[in-house]
Design a protein around this ligand. Sequence first.
Ligand code: ATP
Ligand code: MG
Length: 753
Amino acid sequence: RSQQAPDYLAGLNPEQRDAVVSTEGPLLVLAGAGTGKTRVLTTRIAHILSQRLAWPSEILSVTFTNKAAREMKDRIASLAGDSVEGMPWLGTFHSISARILRRHAELVDLKPTFTILDTDDQIRLIKQLLAAEDIDEKRWPARQFAGMLDAWKNRGLLPKDVPAADSGFFANGKGGKLYYDYQARLKTLNAADFGDLLLECIRLFRENPEVLAEYHRRFKYMLVDEYQDSNTAQYLWLRLLAQGKPAPEANICVVGDDDQSIYGWRGAEVDNILRFETDFPGAKVIKLERNYRSTANILKAASTLIAYNEGRLGKTLFTDIAEGGEAISFTQVYDSEEEARTIGEEIEQYQRQGDALNSMAILVRASYQMREFEERFITLGLNYRVVGGPRFYERKEIRDALAYLRLVAQPSDDLAFERIINVPKRGLGDATVKMLMETARHQRIPLLQAVRLMVETEDLKPKQRTTLRALVAQFDDWAWRADSLPPYQLVEHILEESGYMDMLTADKSVESQGRKENLKELSRSMEEFESLGGFLEHISLVMDRDSADSSDAVTIMTLHSAKGLEFDTVFLPGWEDGTFPSQRSMDESGRAGLEEERRLGYVGITRGRKRVRISAAQNRRIHGLWQSAIPSRFIDELPPDVVEVTDRGSAYGGYGYGGGASSRFNKADPFESVYETPGWQRARANQANRKGSGPLTIEGDLGNQSSGYALGERVFHLKFGYGEVIQIEGNKLTIDFEKAGTKKVLESFVKKG
Ligand code: ATP
Ligand code: MG
């Protein structure tokens, strides 16, 4: 070998290099955002391979999202070159667990083809169990129980491990039994839910030492990204796998940032990081401090914000990136519609300057914020993709299509069968379906099997018998063709032959066209898959659906799903108290909730390379009610010298009280005003002034207040122009605007026209 350092090490700083080449023994890389933790992991794998320390299949690498896993695969391929055969075990905790479970399914009472349930199926299943136990679902909602199941599974608890104190209160002492029943039902369905993937894998390892030993021999090196967000089950899983060697010699490398721990609500334990040095005595700890991602201004904003948190390990960050860069902008707008409009304009402007849409992202706190942007971008014809939130694969038509496919792949998938038996309508009444279910239950056979039996009996009406017989024949046919047709063609055949497409065509509603397009998109996304099984496996694991789509588009996603990513320009809308930080975190008594929100803010800001644009609406509609909002308390915590404040919204009258509004009303060009007094300070002062009269909340029936306007009166509104009053409810006016159409506005926002 030559004496020169290999190419892949050349670009790294000394600490990063150290982390890459310290392959033997436990290693913890603890470092802030953008310091190259993920890059270190990738390079480390390349190093292990090029030094021939292990074969690809002897490396286990855990990423936080499937997208990150794909990116890592690409990077490794380009770093390590074509000389590498095969690929490491690279994926999320869930996808790797699923792969292991399929190899040993019998040992955990499953078949290798087991289905992975999603939330919808899970809820349906729980509802059935609640009904079977005569539990009132209104008092004891299925969702609540699903949440409990999730929490238990995240903590690595099997039914026998759940303390009665934890499960007892649900449905008056039935919680524990329900967990047993639920697990038993999953086995008969040959299914696992998301939490099971880890939990059953842990059980597999614990109950079958010889299987665990096989993986001890196999995995010579283990690597974990985003370790700060691992939960107890994941921690147990890792510990079991690392036990092949005495702890001080385990080749396990974890990287993380305590300031980016944002999944506490889902059971993540940031303490896992702190525990690492105890679990693996003598572990090497490397800190990375140089940030390669963001401008100095962005770093300063993020660091100043996160410094308000108390429970921190404390890290420094610096950058060599030239100058401060653009200021962080903070813009106040009237409402979320204007927020979307403003951001849309800015995106188009950056695009004209030559920025790719791919380089821009809108990161929201809550997925309901997404819709406004989607609508605006559709109007503008601006290409966007939504990641996370209400996902593509959760749309009704997609789930229907998937149910057909699942049933073709696995005829015992009863939940899929229940979903599609009458979609499209086949004239099978509830009574028939119930009869089928009873037969299935009595005979302990899958529903589809029950149908086969029933069509041979006299129990069904002739018409239904014909229908069901045809349906079974269709499924047999599809199953037969599944072996030869590529999955994307199979799905097209199924949708045509089942009558699903005809159903959409017959449906004249606005949505049905969109549904057809989504189904086309589904077929497109299947093109890269050779087998139906492979595709379904992928589906049940994808958390983020932007992979197949390589076109240039703005990304809209939640802050949570943005972890680990980076964009030149990041928009952070909705920085208002109650939206971000969330109302819930503000209502909580301790600091924990608010600190987690602040970490989310830190994650959001540090996604930006060059530009971070924060905004807040002054009015927001929450659960159908208009509420005035004040800028997020986190705005106060940003360093004023790197923040530039623009106030657009108040130009329209903003809060609509006092003299302030009218003086702002007179601004010559409200869109260009940059105020010297930071808008947020003024807003806070306003909020304080208002305290006496209570917060200004526009809601409910205010009919007892009289209006200064009359029906038919002509009025002027700065935002919407001239219009005529067509309805009056208290201080709310419905106005038919000449240009803007019919809108409901606050009386204080209009003038007599
Ligand atoms: P996060 O905490 O957000 O996940 P991270 O610590 O994983 O961040 P990376 O994503 O690995 O950071 O790196 C951030 C950016 O800096 C990437 O674009 C990466 O390619 C770049 N980078 C990292 N190290 C170097 C280096 N030594 N030289 C040049 N660029 C680097
Ligand atoms: Mg990373």
